[in-house]
Design a binder for this molecule. Structure first.
Ligand code: FAD
Length: 288
């Protein structure tokens, strides 16, 4: 099996303990030589300054290529572009440009009266500022706001036409879901890379809730398997097996890049990477 290139998503920590956990996660996963790591932007734009600071700190101290997530929610264009300037000033060249999720409790996306009205507008503005490598979100199980799967793909094409260079997908459970989506994108004239987003399931209840919110379909066999594993106390084993199998099938189907949602917990992601042959490049003379 061909060794895939990998990348990792982290979220910004909100307290001291979480800060240590993020740093431990970075330390554990950095030796796997990711293409880049990305840092999310809280729903409703709630972590604007925190994301900026984490991105700048990681960029400065980890030696990794860091991508900053950025959303349009609850900010004027001026405020959003000011953050972009701060990313640029700290040396960050990669942005994951998103429309964003609304704040907790809100239903649907309402653009700020002076803000960017869609991800396409944000991407266009980023392209005009130059310099940034722009990644975007994509939805193999179809985004809940899309009128149809085809409309969703056409919108993704608009994001590429506006200047995106790569898409990272929402997580999904079956390789077939990704292959169908990849083929439909190709048919729609999309020729840029679409990288599968992989969620190693640390917490089944949380993952299930998350899937329901973002439109990811959960196959019945997955629900049954986790229910059984929960009874037997073997959820971690199941999560590693399911995730490794999904990644292996994707690689066998021609995928060469994987993007892991780590949730700032390195263990499962690292186990899956090891199982896929992605391991630190340690030479004996460096450890002996
Ligand atoms: P878009 O692609 O802009 O819109 C989603 C769908 O809605 C489109 O595919 C299209 O079908 C429809 N749509 C939207 N606008 C139009 C239009 N004008 N005309 C026609 N159809 C339209 N959320 C956060 O808050 N912070 C994060 O850091 C974050 N990181 C993410 C990372 C990845 C890789 C992914 C996949 C998602 C992430 N999200 C994040 C979640 C994301 O913000 C939500 O899914 C949000 O609802 C959509 O953002 P988007 O930019 O992908 O949407």
């Amino acid at each position: 099996m061909k060794r895939p290139e990998i990348s990792f998503e982290f979220f910004p920590p909100r307290n001291i303990e979480a800060t240590f956990r993020l740093w431990d996660t970075v330390q554990a996963l950095a030796p796997l030589d990711p293409r880049f790591v990305s840092v999310t932007y809280g729903a409703g734009g709630t972590t604007r300054e925190l994301t900026r600071d984490v991105v700048a700190t990681l960029h400065k101290h980890s030696g990794l290529n860091v991508a900053a997530h950025l959303t349009c929610v609850d900010a004027t264009k001026e405020e959003t572009l000011a953050i972009v300037e701060q990313f640029r000033a700290s040396g960050v060249t990669d942005i994951v440009a998103l429309r964003g999720d609304p704040p907790k409790g809100a239903t649907g996306f309402t653009p700020h009266p002076d803000g960017f009205g869609s991800s396409v507008e944000l991407i266009e503005a980023l392209r005009e500022t130059g310099d940034f490598n722009i990644r975007v979100g994509a939805y193999p199980d179809v985004h809940p706001d899309a009128v149809s799967g085809q409309a969703d793909i056409e919108f993704l094409k608009r994001k590429f036409d506006a200047g995106a260079t790569e898409a990272l997908t929402q997580f999904f459970f079956e390789a077939e879901t990704f292959f169908r989506f990849r083929d439909a994108c190709e048919k729609a004239g999309i020729d840029k890379p679409i990288v599968p987003g992989i969620l190693p399931i640390e917490n089944w209840k949380g993952a299930r809730r998350f899937a329901e919110n973002c439109g990811t379909k959960i196959p019945a066999w997955v629900i049954e398997a986790f229910d059984r594993a929960e009874r037997d106390g073997r959820q971690d084993l199941l999560a590693t097996a399911i995730c490794t199998e999904l990644c292996s099938e994707l690689i066998e189907g021609g995928v060469d890049k994987l993007h892991f949602y780590t949730l700032n917990r390195p263990e499962l992601t690292r186990d899956v990477c090891f199982a896929l042959g992605v391991a630190p490049d340690v030479k004996l003379e460096h450890v002996a």
